[in-house]
Design a protein around this ligand. Structure first.
Ligand SMILES: [Zn+2]
Length: 408
């Protein structure tokens, strides 16, 4: 199962550390923790060393054109909007025609090839409504990318991204003309895997309905194609348990993406100072990262720190809580890798893996209450949303019950 890391502006050092084999002999990790690196096109332009680091290590390097940004207005001087295939003015449906789509395909593919991508991501739009103009454009983009690559004799593996609203495209009755139609269209090129980028409001607060759609639709897609959970740090492990071959996430940040919020957050503002670099703490028990000040408060609380501190048996954080706080990038990557490895070494039957997810969510539901108490007592203004843990437990349990009844 693959862990694909989305490199932020300041992540190249830790990625270099993981991919450059300096630790040899008995201390060498048995497996490289990162299976592929993806960078937003704007980061790829600013950090050319990512291409060198991944090439030296022989690790796939993907460049995400993040073309849903074409659907909203960007600041004139924005680092993404000044890329050769981008522009600050938003596209409107009447802009879409064959000529425009072909030009977009050509520029996006050229950009990825010139910045050293080993796999290609066709341009894609975010579809918020079934069968809207962006959806139809997405199917056309796949077809046109296939034609372009074969005309140019480009044989790089392709990873198409499906970026859609979970509520619109997750329900089973929509699969035929939605999810399945997209998967079928990806068969027209050298597709290695399909990246599913399910989008909904505030994933950490997901209730049962959203999680049931997420796992149900992903399991269905994984029965037809090789699937990567995209922008999927929050629920990546559960996606792998239902059949995804891995998932993609940022380190600390970018553990999920709601495209509607992305568009809103990028509207040009009077204050255009870049956001300050933040530090995070990843908690394996919760499968997500918190701002460092919250991580510190939780790891100082004697009632709960024992349950949440990085296990010394895992050869990860030699200084315990201190390492979790200060080597937070390394800790996050190693722990996410360890969780996937633990899952893939279990018996392949889906029931085992769902049971693992269920047990984990059950534990998290108990621990999260104490963690929030610790945060409240320490006067930290962060709370961990609690809804998704009980919901995940319920959904995993009912999926497992259904599997059992099919077997019986
Ligand atoms: Zn650790």
């Amino acid at each position: 199962m693959d862990l694909i890391i989305r490199a932020g502006r300041n992540d190249h050092t830790v990625i270099d550390h993981f991919l450059t084999p300096t630790a040899a002999g008995v201390f060498a990790p048995s497996r490289q923790p990162i299976d592929a690196v993806v960078a937003d096109a704007s980061i790829a332009a600013q950090r050319p060393q990512l291409q060198r680091i991944t090439a030296d290590a022989g690790v796939p390097y993907l460049i995400d054109p993040v073309t849903p940004l074409l659907q909203s207005e960007q600041a004139e001087n924005d680092s993404w909007a000044t890329l050769p295939f981008a522009h600050p003015e938003p596209l409107v449906p009447t802009d879409i025609n064959d000529y425009m789509l072909d030009e977009l395909v050509e520029r996006v593919v050229d950009f990825q090839r010139s910045t050293g991508a080993t796999h290609l991501i066709p341009p894609y739009f975010y579809s918020n409504r079934r069968d809207d103009v962006w959806w139809r454009a997405n199917l056309a983009l796949l077809r046109r990318t296939g034609h372009h690559l074969s005309r140019e004799g480009v044989n790089l593996p392709v990873i198409p991204v499906l970026a859609v609203s979970l509520r619109e495209y997750g329900p089973e009755m929509t699969w035929d003309r939605g999810l399945d139609a997209f998967l079928a269209a990806t068969g027209e090129m050298n597709t290695e895997s399909v990246a599913l980028s399910w989008s909904w409001n505030n994933p950490p607060r997901s209730k049962q309905a959203a999680i049931a759609l997420l796992l149900g639709a992903t399991a269905h897609a994984a029965s037809r194609s090789s699937i990567i959970g995209w922008r999927a740090g929050t629920f990546g492990l559960a996606l792998a348990a239902v059949g995804a071959s891995g998932y993609e996430t940022g380190i600390g940040e970018r553990e999920s993406l709601h495209y509607v919020s992305l568009a809103a957050s990028r509207r040009p503002k009077a204050d255009s100072s870049p956001p300050r670099a933040q530090a995070y703490t990843y908690f394996s028990e919760f499968g997500r990262s918190l701002p460092r000040r919250a991580g510190e408060a939780i790891l100082k609380d004697p009632r709960i720190m024992g349950s949440l501190v990085c296990n010394p048996d895992n050869a990860c954080c030699t200084e315990g809580a201190d390492s979790m706080i200060h080597q937070w990038r390394e800790h996050t990557v190693r722990e996410r890798r360890r969780e996937l490895t633990q899952l893939e070494t279990m018996p392949a039957a889906r029931g085992w893996r769902l049971n693992h997810i269920e047990q984990k969510a059950d534990r998290a539901a108990v621990l999260v209450a104490s963690a929030n108490e610790a945060l409240s007592e320490a006067g930290v203004d962060v709370r961990i949303p609690t809804e998704s843990f009980a919901a995940m437990q319920d959904v995993a349990s009912s999926m497992r019950a259904r599997l059992n009844s099919q077997v019986a």
